[in-house]
Ligand binder design. Structure first.
Ligand code: NAP
Length: 283
């Protein structure tokens, strides 16, 4: 049976270390602060934002929330971002997605000062990641990479298969894995014979948003399985993209849902806020 990668515990340790860093900054008169913008009242976003605010408070990062009406105009959203860009007391800016359809999220992301872009979605930071340069790596892929490091899972020369090619998870993961010398294959909704590809994976990362999509017959013996998905099953329980109960019998390592990648994502967000604060303070 696989070793269960305990993202909840790992994230707790990371937050503990970040708390010490935050206290050090504060003792030098520097107060890390995150601004979160949420447009409309998407129920899932509300939960994510609440969890982010809780983690900030625990670590000692100041937190400011901007809740905008769902009918807001693009220029009003951009004006707020520009205001936060100029505000020297704000170190990180996060625009919670999704935002209503009348708004252009890409324009909003590229309006955020890339030195405050703690989500790593600004084209400058996306480009730097592609070039293998130091940057703000988006929080979920960063959390996944941190799990590999902490569990001594070496990617060098391994066949990594990523299911999903979204801008926030799949694509940055490709870069992160290549930068760690893995051989990477990406599957998406148009991929033919996905099972044949996943069965070759030494490391399989699922980020598609389909409950229990990855079944035991899609997995090679002793593969490492990372489940990014967050879905609800028919009974309303939160489950991942992987059929955890059956796949864990075959894998060498596996992340649970909940308690796997989710808490790591939030810990890496706080990590990026501290990083941004230090950069802006020339530390
Ligand atoms: P997304 O933007 O909807 O992208 C889904 C991706 O999966 C797309 O690239 C899509 O392909 C691909 N896909 C769909 N069906 C597929 C199939 N049968 N085989 C292979 N690929 C398939 O989703 P996302 O934002 O990346 O999120 C993915 C999942 O991760 C969701 O459950 C989300 O809730 C979760 N998530 C978790 C965290 C966390 O902190 N744990 C953070 C972010 C997201 P096409 O490009 O061809 O459409």
């Amino acid at each position: 049976m696989a070793v269960i990668i305990d993202g909840k515990e790992l994230a707790r340790k990371i937050r503990q270390n970040l708390k010490i860093e935050c206290e050090e900054l504060k003792s030098n008169g520097i107060k890390p602060k995150l601004a979160v913008i949420m447009v409309g009242d998407n129920p899932a976003s509300k939960i994510y934002v609440k969890n982010k605010s809780k983690a900030c408070t625990e670590v000692g990062v100041e937190y400011e929330e901007y809740l905008l009406n769902k009918d807001i105009k693009q220029n009003e959203l951009l004006d707020l971002i520009e205001k936060l860009n100029k505000d020297k007391t704000i170190n990180g800016i996060l625009l919670q997605s999704p935002i209503p359809e009348q708004l252009d999220i890409n324009e909003a992301f590229r309006t955020i000062d890339y030195n405050k872009d703690v989500d790593g979605f600004h084209p400058m930071n996306v480009g730097k990641l592609a070039l293998g340069q130091d940057t703000f790596v988006s929080c979920t892929p960063y959390g996944v990479m941190k799990m590999f490091t902490e569990y001594n899972i070496d990617l060098c020369g391994k066949n990594v298969v990523i299911l999903g090619r979204s801008n926030i998870v799949g694509k940055p993961l490709i870069q992160c894995c290549i930068n760690n010398n893995a051989t990477v294959t990406v599957c998406h909704s148009k991929t033919q014979n996905t099972k044949k590809i996943t069965r070759e994976a030494d490391i399989l990362i699922a980020a598609i948003g389909k409950a229990k999509f990855v079944t035991a017959d899609m997995v090679k013996d002793n593969a490492v399985i990372i489940d990014v998905g967050i879905n609800r099953d028919k009974e309303g329980n939160i489950v991942g993209d992987v059929d955890f109960e059956n796949v864990k019998e075959k894998a060498s390592y596996i992340t649970p849902v909940p308690g796997g990648v989710g808490p790591m994502t939030i810990a890496m967000l706080i990590n990026n806020v501290i990083k941004a604060t230090k950069l802006q303070s020339n530390l």
